[in-house]
Ligand binder design. Structure first.
Ligand SMILES: [Zn+2]
Length: 591
């Protein structure tokens, strides 16, 4: 007879407190099995049975069961066949008919920054000035020891037509301590008077290159700072201690695993902290795999930067932590007219935005990096920036010869029709974030007004790019939006808000199908990170990174995908997360 094992032997194997409830569903076959055990060589460590396993492997799209040994998948098939791999010590997970998917990847994350937002003032769900003020006030009261009050997630539409915040709202609720709040997109910040004063910003301070100190009619700073101007304040915020960073990362890792994210590509802000990720790994606390890019600003490479890139690549190059990519930014964002466009913005014919790099310098830099085997991630949002990246990658390939370099363009919010097929043709990876197209007021009233209706048909053009051979890799851009992939997956299918607006969808021709969207979050991310042979699908020989979710995405109304709950997350064959609801779900029929 099989019985639930809740004894100490199993408890000791579980490091993560949120997985505690799994005690009742991970049980040992040996307790009841009289079948002849397999030899040690072929015995699985873990077997998942009774799943509706969507593998993302076209050769075997569906299965019921998966066997895992030494962190890798050794068999995928129906439950009876896979149970052949059971042995005396094999743990069994009964998926109880739930949908099982490969662990989700996220091709664009600012993990350290995102992790800190979990600890600061949370503003992503408050959309009016009074509610933002209340959050700041409450946070200040609850954290009397914090010398600075930091937060993230406010959005432009909270401020009406002028769409930028003012220091006075923060001075009203926190006059004595510096307050520094970053916009949801990371491109604009909002400081109170105290923070401006500590940063030495006044009416005589010049704008830095690629940034703007927003001023009122009298020339006084309003508290809004765009792009590089935010750095003037950021540099006077006391840096967090090592322990504070580790704690933030622990919170970030929990956020990732509870949402089913097992592979992360860092797009900036993490390279300097490789050793912290390594420390967490050495303590068994790393529950997602990290490919971490170096963030390179113009004017580009120096011998010191080259040395630190080479050193990181020589040190970190395994399944859990790897270097080898360089991220740079060609432009800003549409909302603040800093994305570089081929023709002027619809709402301001005097402005086209400009690239942060001189084109020749950018091209020479990516060519040199590619020549040295580094993968390039280029942030490009305006159609001019996208074209410059494509042109530069094309010429880079001509100079360096054909190699498997898979250069990437991040975001691609606007594009011209003649550039769409170049992703497939040149082998450039489109790394895109479905939630950036979420058609709320920020997208429809600010983004679309700026970009203009002539750019609308190819706004966030997932379907056009995929149809012409581009291999989509999806991600979040956390902390710009949630790291949870489920609202993004829903948006990829609907291009509507959670409550179904606009009725027909925002540019419905750019919707993609559920299999396409799942692939973009799994195999697409693996491919974009050069790891499609090791990850991205539930397939024999690959890493055992998989998740169980609470609903069958293939059967439900797509508008319910965003509420998906992850029941279990497995990374490298280890259960790192299990939701409470899951254990309550177990039928009592195994006696
Ligand atoms: Zn980003």
């Amino acid at each position: 007879m099989m019985s639930r094992l809740t004894g100490i032997g199993l408890t000791q194997k579980r490091t993560f407190s949120r997985a505690t409830c799994l005690a009742s569903l991970v049980f040992a076959i040996a307790a009841y099995s009289a079948a002849s055990p397999q030899t040690a060589a072929s015995t699985a460590d873990v077997i998942l049975i009774n799943g509706k396993v969507y593998t993302v492997n076209p050769a075997q799209p569906w299965a019921q069961a998966v066997a895992v040994k030494d962190g890798k998948i050794v068999a995928v098939g129906d439950s009876n066949d896979v149970l052949e791999f059971r042995g005396a010590a094999t743990q069994l997970i009964d998926a109880q008919g739930h949908l099982v998917l490969p662990g989700f990847g996220d091709s664009h994350v600012h993990f350290m920054e995102g992790s800190f937002t979990l600890l600061g003032v949370k503003l992503d769900d408050v959309k009016t000035i009074p509610r933002i003020q209340k959050r700041v006030k409450d946070f200040a009261a609850a954290h009397p020891g914090d010398s600075w009050i930091e937060g993230m997630g406010w959005s432009y539409d909270a401020f009406g037509a002028d769409a930028l915040p003012d220091k006075k709202y923060l001075d009203e609720v926190a006059p004595d301590r510096p307050v520094f709040l970053t916009c949801f997109d990371g491109h604009t910040t909002w400081a109170n008077s105290k923070a401006l004063q500590l940063a030495g910003i006044d009416r005589s301070t010049p704008d830095p290159p690629n940034g703007k100190i927003v001023r009122d009619a009298q020339g006084n700073p309003t508290g809004a700072l765009t792009e590089a101007a935010s750095g003037l304040v950021r540099k006077v915020v006391p840096p967090p201690t090592r322990e504070a960073r580790l704690n933030a990362l622990r919170a970030g890792l929990l956020e990732a695993r509870r949402n089913g994210v097992t592979r992360i590509h860092s797009a900036g802000g993490d390279f300097e902290y490789f050793d912290l990720y390594d420390e967490l790994r050495n303590h068994g606390e790393l529950t997602a795999r990290f490919y971490i890019s170096y963030f390179l600003n113009p004017p580009g490479l120096t011998p010191e930067i080259r040395a630190s890139l080479d050193r990181a690549r020589a040190t970190y190059h395994d399944d859990w932590l790897s270097a080898g990519a360089v991220k740079t930014m060609l432009d800003g964002v549409v909302e603040s007219h800093t994305a570089a466009m081929l023709t002027p913005y619809a709402d301001n014919p005097a402005v086209k935005g400009k690239t942060f790099w001189q084109p020749a310098q950018y091209q020479a830099t990516v060519t040199e990096l590619d020549h040295n085997g580094y993968q390039i991630f280029t942030h490009a949002i305006g159609d001019a920036a996208v074209r410059l990246a494509l042109n530069s990658y094309e010429s880079m390939a001509e100079t360096n010869g054909t190699r498997d370099s898979r250069p990437r363009i991040e975001h691609i919010e606007t594009i011209t029709s003649q550039d769409v097929p170049r992703f497939g043709k040149l082998g450039v990876i489109p790394s895109m974030q479905p939630l950036h197209a979420y058609p709320d007021a920020d997208t429809l009233d600010v983004w679309l007004k700026n970009a203009g209706v002539q750019r609308e048909p190819l706004a966030f053009a997932w379907n056009s790019i995929a149809n012409s051979g581009g291999r989509l890799a999806f991600g979040s851009d956390w902390p710009v939006v949630t790291i949870s992939p489920w609202p993004g997956l829903q948006t990829a299918l609907t291009r509507q808000t959670a409550d179904g607006k606009p009725a027909g969808g925002f540019v419905p021709a750019q919707r993609i199908t559920l299999p396409q969207a799942i692939a973009a979050y799994t195999m697409g991310v693996a491919y974009a990170g050069m790891r499609e042979k090791e990850e991205g699908s539930i397939e024999k020989g690959k890493l055992a990174d998989l998740i169980i979710v609470d609903r069958d995405l293939f059967q439900i109304d797509p508008h319910k995908i965003d509420k998906t709950k992850v029941l279990l997350t497995m990374v490298g064959g280890k259960v790192v997360y299990g939701d409470d609801a899951w254990s309550n779900d177990i039928p009592d029929n195994r006696k």
